[in-house]
Design a protein around this ligand. Structure first.
Ligand SMILES: [Fe+2]
Length: 474
């Protein structure tokens, strides 16, 4: 299969060169982001993007944020939509859909039987014991997040029919403003990520509020910037976070950052392998999608006046001024995610608006939109482990198929997935996952082992193209 001559797309193409070895710690920017100074060219970038009407937009966004942050604070965990898998597979009600679109987050209950998810966790533990000389993770010596991409449990989770069906439903909330966009939002494919088994008391694995999918790229890459066109033109209320058309050409990883996702990943997500509630080391989200994006995108163009306390800037519009003279894009680095702090993004009131995911059971899934600000609780004060398989919802696109091909090759060889820190990975491990662990056709397709099928004449050419990229069935 791999030796077949195939036509590769001109661009973009994932690097065939492995990233440096590492763990999830490579993705932490926390301290670095606070003091990061961008090169002078970013001052020019600000001037290039700037439009006079952004002052009015900024004023409106600050007003709206005051209302929305109060709403989030008063509702707390209630604000996060929780939907039963049975209901989701029939389709969301209009109210549920509106809630998911507004918050950008969803908890899907009961898709995978509890015992099955618990068995996945046990298998990961057994695999870690069996291969203990070669196991890597974070923190070294007391691993909470494993550098595992190729375990049998991950293969089973990624190809589980109910998980793939959940993803199909969630991807279908996205649409295309350009009908010629080459994408299948009804075809979830597999995007490999790690495993977390976080023990009670752990304080090492903590991630402050951030957005993945690159950071400065949102402004610097012309394709990525198009995803936020209406915001950057001052028409922030028209921003549609669910338009896939501009996203498929966005470059979110201009600097080859460790663990930065180069694929188009509309929904980040995990499937729980434990009973875990707030304060038990779980995920926290800012349940506000379009409005927080509008704020984040305009934030670099404004700064608190020098009379303001730098550690606790005033939230009043009049206490802020235009900043086109510095290179500041607060929270952005080259090669990291976008980090948000109370002092850099004070209007989001992150100390009160980051909401913990309500209690989940093994087999429940959580997904959050790729623009949603999220974090991991700094402490795990629970009694049991807080464990997840990171499984996002990713659709079929030309770039994603190219990535999938390389991911498949790495999987067969037991190497880490292409976006992640490199090295020998699990290549010398015993009992890792293989193609034989995939028992459904949809699962084999999601891994890139079997050809995709055109659902109607509109996408025949596209499906043929991705099958050629994957060198399957062609
Ligand atoms: Fe993240």
């Amino acid at each position: 299969m791999a030796t077949q001559t195939i036509m590769m797309p001109a661009s973009p193409t994932p690097s065939m060169i492995q990233k440096a070895e590492g763990t999830i710690a490579s993705a932490f920017a926390s301290l670095e982001a606070d003091n990061f100074v961008l090169p002078p060219r970013f001052k020019e970038l600000k001037k290039e993007i700037w439009k006079e009407n952004l002052v009015q937009a900024w004023k409106e966004i600050l007003e709206e944020l005051e209302l929305r942050t109060n709403e989030i604070i008063s509702q707390g965990g209630q604000i996060i939509p929780q939907i039963n898998y049975a209901g989701l597979s029939r389709g969301l009600t209009p109210e549920q859909e509106a809630q998911v679109r507004k918050t950008g987050v969803i908890v899907v209950k009961g898709a995978v039987p509890k015992e099955e998810a618990l068995a996945w966790k046990q298998d990961v533990k057994d695999y870690a014991t069996e291969n203990k000389e070669r196991v890597k993770g974070f923190p070294a010596g007391n691993i909470q997040v494993y550098e595992f991409y190729n375990t049998k449990s991950q293969v089973r989770g990624r190809t589980h029919p109910a998980i793939l069906e959940t993803q199909k439903q969630l991807l279908s909330l996205w649409g295309t403003s350009d009908s010629s966009t080459e994408i299948s939002l009804t075809t979830p494919i597999s995007y490999f990520d790690r495993v977390r088994i976080r023990q009670p008391g752990d304080t090492a694995f903590t991630l402050g509020p951030h957005v993945d999918g690159g950071s400065i790229e949102r402004w610097e890459d012309p394709g990525y910037r198009l995803c936020f066109k209406s915001i950057l033109e001052g028409r922030w209320k028209e921003h549609n976070p669910f338009d896939a058309s501009p996203r498929i050409n966005a470059k979110s990883d201009l600097y080859g950052g460790a663990s930065q996702c180069s694929a188009f990943r509309p929904w980040q997500g995990w499937t729980s392998m434990s009973t875990t509630g707030p304060n038990e080391g779980t995920l926290r989200v800012l349940p506000m999608l379009a409005l927080s994006t509008a704020y984040i995108m305009l934030r670099p163009f404004f700064r608190p006046k020098s009379t303001s306390n730098p550690d606790a800037p005033s939230l009043k519009f009049d206490d802020w001024e235009l900043d086109l003279s510095s290179t500041a894009f607060p929270g952005a680095t080259l090669g990291g995610g976008l980090e948000l702090r109370e002092k850099t993004h004070p209007h989001l009131r992150l100390d009160k608006t980051m909401i913990s995911i309500p209690k989940v059971e093994p087999g429940d899934q959580v997904y959050w939109h790729c623009d949603v600000v999220h974090a991991v609780e700094s402490q795990h004060r629970g009694e049991g482990d807080s464990s997840v398989l990171y499984i996002p919802a990713v659709p079929l696109t030309e770039y994603n198929a190219t990535y999938l091909r390389q991911q498949r090759e790495n999987f067969v060889a037991g190497l880490p997935a292409p976006d992640f820190p490199g090295g020998e990975g699990e290549s010398n491990n015993t009992n890792r996952g293989s193609r034989d662990d995939i028992i459904t056709k949809l699962g084999l397709q999601a891994f890139g082992f079997e050809p995709f099928e055109a659902k109607d004449t509109n996408n025949t050419a596209f499906i043929h193209k991705v099958n050629v990229i994957l060198a399957v069935g062609a």
